[in-house]
Design a protein around this ligand. Structure first.
Ligand SMILES: CC(=O)N[C@H]1[C@@H](OP(=O)(O)O)O[C@H](CO)[C@@H](O)[C@@H]1O
Ligand SMILES: [Mg+2]
Length: 552
């Protein structure tokens, strides 16, 4: 690499984006997350890393600036790989290294990486596409990423405010020579709305299904972007929008949004409390969605990622069978946080194989790719469906081949339209909403019909602060705790005392805590089991602060 570029890298690093803080950063489940004021140098360095990654992969790389469901003063950054996946694991360690080296060592670190991956094409003017959420700190942090890209002579393309899934979509469009779609916002909306209208036809309401949904935009990008969609959808789906940062004065994610609703099982502020109205909430970067409603007694009923997954998998399986292409496989991917009742329902009633993988979208996505039709969702509402090229090709062939029965050809055509409705690159709240609405419409269901499929087991999620959360290590998709010694035996013994009891613990990848999950026959039992397990973690894994309270 020419020395002159290094001078630029340094000049910027030292003068504009010096590393002022000692805080060690770790590229976690969702990239780097921190207070926005800690992130200037990290953003700049991720700009550098993205250029190197783009040169190594000889492809367009994405950088998304967001802290998703976290509070407004936070921010974060993650790198998007060429096929729209999360950054490959071996490079996560490099990202961590880049974020933490002192300014004087930045050059050595860049050189080390170039050497390790034998990146010879340092002159290539590679593209890095950059998107950001609506946080006030995001424009400034975007500038830092762009300066990083420019410092290594890459070409930054600023998409401005977009949802995280839109950015993933742009990266894939660019890397597939636009076969996946046009890499513009307009192209994205057009692809989704055309497919939606085509499948739904002119019959907007159907049986118990009504074409209206109350939409909580979390005062973020999910509110901003749905406006364009609303126009294109016209009467086919009426989206009543709430927690729209422009109309309201609410704060991003504050007492609203998908994470708030799921974590606290609490109806969001800003949305009218209309009994039995179908509502949905997205998170701060619109890659998650949950549905819910209030019953006549004003109790909230949550339909989370597990429900969404079962709704979608069942519908796709039915159509897949109707295509007559018997060799195509379908599978559903969950994490240990999936409600036990959902796993039981999928396995025993839908007869669809379920795989359990570690937390984090990259693990789910990766496993889903092993099926022709892979449905994956985290309980928190992040997920999508991926289809193999083989399945797509077979279906396209069958549509054209008149020797097959018309029902089979129609099923193929329908599935191909559904594929256009789905953002296969990553979980996408907007695309997921359109898919869910399509299925409810086809089933002629209201939200209580959907809920009636199975009954969730009561559950409880807790956090325990410990000195070093990495003393907890796990195996078997995080369901078994390997260290500290003896902790798993204690958990087993507690669980065995409960009817339908299940519990596991794991270190969070995004927060400095150990998470404890428990479910059991009743809510009281689930609460008690969670608290008992939390107490064991506190005692055996170096708990700090106040000990968890165990109900009598
Ligand atoms: C229990 C839970 O909801 N965990 C979340 C959370 O991960 P943790 O590693 O548990 O902090 O954030 C991840 C990134 O957003 C998300 O993928 C995951 O589902
Ligand atoms: Mg998110």
């Amino acid at each position: 690499m020419a020395n002159s570029s290094y001078r630029t890298v340094y000049a910027f690093a030292r003068e504009m984006y010096p590393k002022r803080i000692k805080l060690e950063m770790q590229y976690g489940t969702a990239g780097f997350r921190s207070k926005a004021s800690n992130l200037d140098h990290v953003m700049y360095r991720m700009g550098l890393l993205a250029v190197l990654r783009a040169r190594y992969k000889k492809a367009v790389i994405g950088v998304m600036i967001t802290a998703s469901h976290n509070p407004e003063p936070d921010n974060g950054v993650k790198v998007v790989d060429p096929q729209g996946e999360m950054l490959e694991q071996s490079w996560e360690a490099w990202a961590t290294k880049f974020a933490n080296v002192v300014d004087e060592k930045l050059e050595d670190t860049i050189n080390e990486l170039i050497k390790e991956f034998d990146i010879g094409n340092m002159g290539d003017r590679v593209e890095v596409v950059i998107g950001r959420d609506t946080r006030p700190s995001s424009p400034h942090l975007t500038k830092a990423v762009m300066d990083g890209v420019l410092a290594l002579a890459g070409k930054p393309i600023d998409y401005g405010i977009v949802t995280t899934p839109q950015l993933h979509y742009f990266v894939v469009c660019k890397n597939t020579n636009r076969r996946y779609g046009q890499p513009t916002e307009e192209g994205y909306y057009r692809k989704l709305t055309n497919a939606f209208k085509k499948i739904r036809g002119n019959n907007y309401t159907c049986g118990k299904y009504t074409n209206k949904v109350l939409y909580d935009g979390a005062n973020g990008v999910g509110a901003k972007k749905v406006k364009y969609l609303k126009e294109a959808l016209g009467e086919s789906l009426i989206i009543d929008m709430y927690n729209d940062e422009i109309i309201g004065s609410g704060k991003l994610n504050y007492l609203c949004g998908a994470d708030h609703v799921k974590t606290h099982q609490d109806f969001p502020v800003g949305v009218p409390r209309i009994p039995n109205a179908r509502c949905c909430s997205v998170d701060g970067d619109a890659d998650r969605i949950v549905y819910y409603y209030l019953d006549d007694k004003e109790n909230i009923h949550l339909l989370d990622g597990d429900r969404i997954a079962t709704l979608i998998a069942d519908y796709l399986r039915e159509h897949l069978t109707a295509t007559g292409i018997s060799e195509l496989t379908i599978g559903l991917v969950q994490t240990a946080y999936a409600n036990g009742a959902s796993t039981e329902y999928i396995t025993n009633h839908l007869n669809i194989p379920v795989a359990c993988v570690s937390t984090g979208i990259k693990h789910l996505h990766h496993q889903a790719l092993t099926y022709d039709v892979g449905v994956y969702f985290e309980a928190n509402g992040h997920g999508t469906v991926v289809f193999s090229n083989y399945a797509k090709d077979r279906m396209k062939d069958r549509v054209k081949n008149e020797s097959f029965p018309i029902q089979q050809r129609e099923a193929c055509e329908k599935l191909l339209s559904l594929i256009d409705l789905i953002n296969e690159t990553v979980g996408d709240a907007i695309s997921d909403m359109l898919l869910i609405e399509t299925i409810l419409h086809a089933r002629e269901w209201d939200i209580t019909d959907w809920e009636a499929c199975y009954k969730d087991l009561p559950n409880r999620l807790m956090k325990v602060s410990v000195k070093d959360r990495n003393v907890i290590t796990t195996t078997d998709a995080e369901r078994i705790c390997q260290t500290p010694d003896g902790l798993q035996d204690e958990i087993d013994s507690l669980v065995s005392r409960y009817n339908k009891g299940r519990s596991f613990v794991r270190p969070s990848g995004t927060e400095d805590v150990v998470r404890v999950y428990a479910e059991a026959k009743s809510q009281e039992e689930a609460n008690k089991l969670a608290a008992e397990v939390a107490m064991k973690v506190y005692e055996m894994a170096g708990g700090v602060g106040t000990a968890p309270e165990v109900p009598a």
